[in-house]
Design a protein around this ligand. Sequence first.
Ligand code: ADP
Ligand code: MG
Length: 260
Amino acid sequence: RNETSLTSAPTGMGAARGEPLVVLSDVNKHFGDLHVLKDISLSVTRGEVVVVIGPSGSGKSTLCRAINRLEPIDNGTITIDGKELPAEGKELARLRADVGMVFQSFNLFAHKTILDNVMLGPVKAKGIKPAEAKQRAMTLLERVGVANQAAKYPAQLSGGQQQRVAIARALAMQPKVMLFDEPTSALDPEMITEVLDVMTSLARDGMTMVVVTHEMGFARKAADRVIFMDAGQIVEESTPDEFFTNPRSARAQDFLSKLL
Ligand code: ADP
Ligand code: MG
């Protein structure tokens, strides 16, 4: 790993590459009568890129949010690097810091500069000294290609630039896994590539990633595994090659046929 690596999480601790890092066992979740996650079991190994695909309303966002307990679950277990996520408390906050999230909407602090957006988490939540946090933030902004915007405010940046800042901000916390929930869905077409390129580079650097996306080109290129969800269930799990050339389930076949 070189110094400019996007993934700065220490690799000497916890699971080695190829060992389970995020493990969900029999996770269930209801919204009232609606059963949105049905016995979800899923294991993501360190360094793996899992792309989650499925129709709108199939539970993809709920799954992402459940992984760091932004969404409480009814039953089942979720472990990150061998530690079960508790429902609340200090331990939850600490474990949650291991999970970086990037959403469809950029969620940057509007009244803070780009640099502050990336620095603040490490300073406030991790007690990193401001000078060091600033240096790290600038390195990350450099890597996502927006270092020259550091003094600006989010509204002064394009959507693609803001989303790249959001990725840098999540990385600044040195997460063990990054979750992306449709990170390019709100972007103008010409900005999608610049964000996907950053994500591809992150994947190549060995970051463990769970990515919900409709960008099938990215899924084909970057995914180690594709998961197809429908109606709260994991219907199909395969390599991108298998999934796109020979989907097994009727539901996946139907979904893919509508994309063309
Ligand atoms: P996806 O991301 O695949 O489109 P979601 O996880 O957002 O799906 O939603 C799964 C189902 O749960 C949908 O039917 C959605 O309407 C419902 N849902 C999501 N969030 C809530 C909520 N906070 N309250 C009630 N229903 C919800
Ligand atoms: Mg969603």
